[in-house]
Design a protein around this ligand. Structure first.
Ligand SMILES: Nc1ncnc2c1ncn2[C@@H]1O[C@H](COP(=O)(O)OP(=O)(O)OP(=O)(O)O)[C@@H](O)[C@H]1O
Length: 404
């Protein structure tokens, strides 16, 4: 397989006008200018750069999160990448076929039913009869719209449109998937289903660019991230680092002003988190586990050790704990231990993460904040009536009940 990135963006810029009248006038001039060789685009009165000189690339099998506060330019970027909007400067090279979930319902004919719209998509992609039938079946299966699948799309709720739109693009098996916030309108169960799909799509070599404000979605799916601020790419790094940078730029979430922010030069690094004892091979509900964290401390620091237990798809944080008191660490390598005497988890597989947080802000000290344990916890159980009924409802935690 070639190492060439599936997507390469160089110097991408898009300008918009703040005022409708000038936007219309500039639009007409721009159409005329397309036929003439000209100078590179510059800002005209009332205009601003919605995207300004963006450079990045995306490899095959990689998932990139695009994050930024409202109005940062995320949707504009996706629209440019998918060819819905023309750039004013710069280049976009896509080696393969891209599909996009951008604005809900874009591309659907509102008077046609869900099923008919899928047939139109199949025809647009020149699928033969058999492939088109398979697409319709796969979409119907994934979207779970019931009788609405045969109703006009104009009668769909926005959540239903999101289900249909994601199911269609997911089953067209693109090389590059561009997904905007549109998914946020789906219910929690559907969002989990999409995250599970994205993970298997990536494992099969697909590439993904995801615009999301959901910490969980990004953590569960993306390796890398880029942060946009007022149209400029201001940071590129791991997905978690990028989210961290974004939270830092929102004063209300920054905590006390004197508090240190996370940094690559964090005074302590977590080297490993180990889940020991029966939890590794499989515990029964209510058995315990022991956690060991190995760290390397560079300079004296006081930390609060935090751990959290997540569902296997890393969508839901089930529970966790913060150390009862801060711990003073001295330079050198060391270990901390904690014992959870009883884990009231229902059968399933869970992921364990930990971090060292600042005692004042409760935020991770390091940019690569949360460390995953190599192994998770497998909770096994007898198929009792409670276990079966709770599994059907995706319940996670056992409670003790005194029936009278
Ligand atoms: N068609 C347009 N005409 C004029 N300005 C536009 C147009 N589309 C977007 N903008 C402006 O461009 C900037 C970037 O918008 P964009 O929708 O890309 O931001 P975003 O990061 O996706 O925001 P959000 O998180 O709120 O969806 C904003 O200032 C927005 O008002």
């Amino acid at each position: 397989m070639s190492d060439a990135p599936i997507l390469a963006v160089t110097g991408l810029s898009k300008r918009y006008s703040r005022e409708l009248r000038s936007a219309l006038a500039y639009g007409i001039r721009d159409i005329a200018r397309e036929f003439l060789p000209g100078r590179p685009a510059a800002l005209r009165p009332n205009e601003f750069w919605a995207l300004d000189d963006i450079h990045f690339s995306l490899g095959r099998g990689e998932a990139l999160a695009v994050v930024g506060h409202n109005g940062a330019g995320k949707s504009t970027l996706l629209k440019l990448l998918f060819g819905l909007v023309k750039p004013d400067r710069g280049e976009i090279a896509i080696r393969g076929r891209a599909e996009a979930l951008i604005e809900l319902g874009t591309g659907f004919n509102p008077v046609l039913s869900g099923r008919e719209n899928v047939r139109v998509s199949a025809a647009y992609h020149a699928l033969d009869r058999r492939a088109a039938d398979r697409l319709v079946d796969d979409v119907a299966d994934f979207a779970e719209l019931g009788a609405f699948f045969d109703a006009p799309v104009q009668s769909f709720s926005s959540g239903m449109k999101a289900r249909l739109a994601y199911a269609v693009i997911a089953h067209l098996k693109p090389d590059l998937l561009l997904v905007d916030e549109a998914l946020a309108v789906g219910d929690a169960a559907f969002q989990r289903k999409c995250v599970a799909h994205m993970r298997s799509y990536l494992a099969e070599g697909g590439s993904l660019l995801l615009v999301s404000h959901s910490l969980h979605q990004i953590q569960a799916v993306c390796d890398r991230g880029i942060l946009l601020e007022q149209g400029r790419l201001v940071f590129e790094g791991s997905a978690v680092e990028t989210l961290h940078r974004m939270f830092e730029t929102r004063p209300v979430e920054r905590g006390p002003s004197a508090a240190p922010g996370p940094s690559d030069e964090a005074p302590v690094a977590i080297e490993a988190l180990l889940v020991e004892g029966e939890a590794q091979e499989g515990v029964a509900t209510d058995q315990g586990m022991r956690l060991t964290v190995r760290y390397q401390c560079r300079q004296p620091v006081t930390i609060l050790w935090v751990f959290a237990i997540w569902t296997d798809d890393q969508w839901t944080c089930v529970t966790g704990a913060v150390a009862a008191a801060p711990t003073r660490l001295e330079p050198g390598r060391g270990e901390l231990h904690c014992v959870v005497p009883r884990l009231p988890l229902l059968p399933g597989h869970y992921v364990v993460k930990c971090s060292f947080n600042d005692a004042a802000t409760l935020l991770p000290l390091a940019l690569h904040g949360w460390k995953d344990a190599g192994t998770g916890i497998t909770v096994k159980g007898e198929p009792t009536a409670t276990a079966v009924a709770m599994a059907r409802m995706n319940a996670l935690v056992k409670i003790d009940v005194d029936w009278r």
